[in-house]
Unconditional design. Sequence first.
Length: 75
Amino acid sequence: MPKPKPAGKEHPAGIEHPIDKQEGRVEYFIAQTQLTNDATERQYEAGETVTSRDFEPGVIDNWLKIGVLVRKEDA
């Protein structure tokens, strides 16, 4: 039997992120260019805040490496 998910921990697109398992912690980033989440078709403009729940963790990691996203506290 599947384990019920705690309220407020599920991503709107139904994606469960490892970050959600860390006491519901959400990280915030600033988009440096226009971004699109292909899974949800949501678009983000340059300068817009993006959270760790908006994209898959691997996508966020890659975008941080190439400078497409910066952590909000670093901006």
